[in-house]
Design a protein around this ligand. Structure first.
Ligand code: GLU
Length: 371
């Protein structure tokens, strides 16, 4: 099967998410600081090229359980959540230390499944991550293991990383693993196992290659990596599985063996398709000036809205129609219907006065719109 050029794919990416598994970061209960320093210098190189980088790091439970002397056995939910709380603060500190050397600010972002399922929280999380990236910060993301319970957890950071990639519109998701990609059979059992360099579609044949859970201490394995690939590809993000050796991103760029999962669309196209497929729960009727602004790729401002129909919350999909009834776009609305009604015809500078609290200028941001 053909392969892809990692240097080109990383080189042309603007937003990159890198996922670091527990097994790479924590060895016998201690952080692998030298390895982490190498990763930080790779991140600094990407940042120096003007790229946005988000790190999704596991390791809080592995670290915390060692610090608390909880041994190697299976932990009860409350103990593993307690371990995560103790481990996470140290994990975040370690990232802050290694990135500070390169004058890069790190930010801790703890997410739960709700943050991508609930549309309001989805938009807020997206806005916050966007603000951090715009200021050159490197967000360090993990699941909020301390409060997320089993039923509402991702449980593995492979899918969490893919959701984060989808959320920020990343071009590339790098999964640093203890294996250099996908094999047609288990390479630990079959030394002739065939390495797969490129996956264009997750077929049942590819899924059959995934097998079960991988290394001890990790929740993932190839199965969750394929689930992550599905999420990423749907979001227009290419994904790569590569072994987390020293300076892993540099190694990838220099041609380390890996498996690429290629997306059909780019993130912006995928986002528009995703928005177009949603069932609208309301309508914003806009004036001719706003119709013209939208066709020039602008956001929808409250001044151009003449009427609001339907009941909706911030983040819900709504139609945008001209006054003659033609639906011209669909988008994720920035305000509830109650707020939107108060903002009909409102100049951006008057928003705070009308609402009684400060608000965002756009009723629908252009990135949240499909024309
Ligand atoms: N969120 C978990 C932790 O930080 C790891 C989940 C995973 O192993 O993928 O310990």
């Amino acid at each position: 099967m053909a392969s892809l050029n990692s240097a080109d794919l990383i080189g042309s990416a603007q937003k990159i998410v890198i996922k670091i598994g527990s097994a790479l970061l924590v060895e016998n209960g201690a952080l692998r600081l030298e390895w982490l320093r190498g990763l930080a210098s790779d991140v600094a190189k990407l940042k120096a090229q003007g790229k946005d980088v988000v790190l999704v790091s596991s390791g809080s439970i592995a670290l915390g359980r060692a610090m608390l002397g909880l041994g190697a056995g299976v932990l009860t939910l409350d103990k593993s959540q307690a371990a995560a709380a103790v481990g996470q603060i140290n994990l975040a500190q370690a990232y802050q230390n290694v990135l500070q050397v390169h004058e890069i600010n790190a930010a801790q972002v703890l997410l739960t499944l709700e943050d991508s399922r609930n549309r309001r929280r989805y938009l807020n999380t997206r806005a916050t991550l966007g603000a951090l990236l715009a200021m050159g910060v490197v967000p360090i993301v993990n699941e909020n293991d301390t409060i997320a319970t089993d039923e509402i957890r991702y449980g593995d950071n492979d899918r969490l990383a893919a959701q984060a990639a989808s959320l920020i519109g990343a071009d590339v998701l790098v999964l640093l693993s203890d294996i250099d990609g996908l094999y047609a059979s288990d390479p630990r059992e079959d030394s002739n196992a065939r390495h797969i360099a490129l996956v264009g579609e997750i077929t049942p044949e590819i899924e059959a290659m995934a097998g079960g859970v991988g290394s001890a201490g990790a929740s993932g394995g190839m199965k969750t990596k394929l689930m992550a690939a599905k999420i990423a590809m749907k979001a227009g993000c290419a994904m790569v599985i590569v072994e987390g050796i020293e300076n892993p991103v540099s190694a990838l760029i220099e041609g380390a063996r890996c498996t690429w999962f290629k997306a059909e669309n780019n993130p912006a196209q995928a986002r528009k398709l995703w928005i177009s497929a949603m069932k609208p729960v309301g309508t914003l009727i806009i004036d001719v000036g706003a119709v013209a602004a939208l066709s020039r790729g602008k956001s929808l401002l409250s001044a151009g809205v003449v009427r609001v129909e339907g009941v909706f919350e911030r983040g819900d999909p709504v139609d945008i129609s001209a006054q003659n009834g033609d639906v011209i776009a669909k988008g994720l609305v920035g305000y509830s219907n109650i707020e939107a009604k108060k903002l009909v015809g409102c100049q951006s500078s008057e928003i705070e006065k009308r609402l009684g609290y400060p608000g965002r200028a756009a009723l629908i941001h252009r990135d949240d719109m499909a024309i």
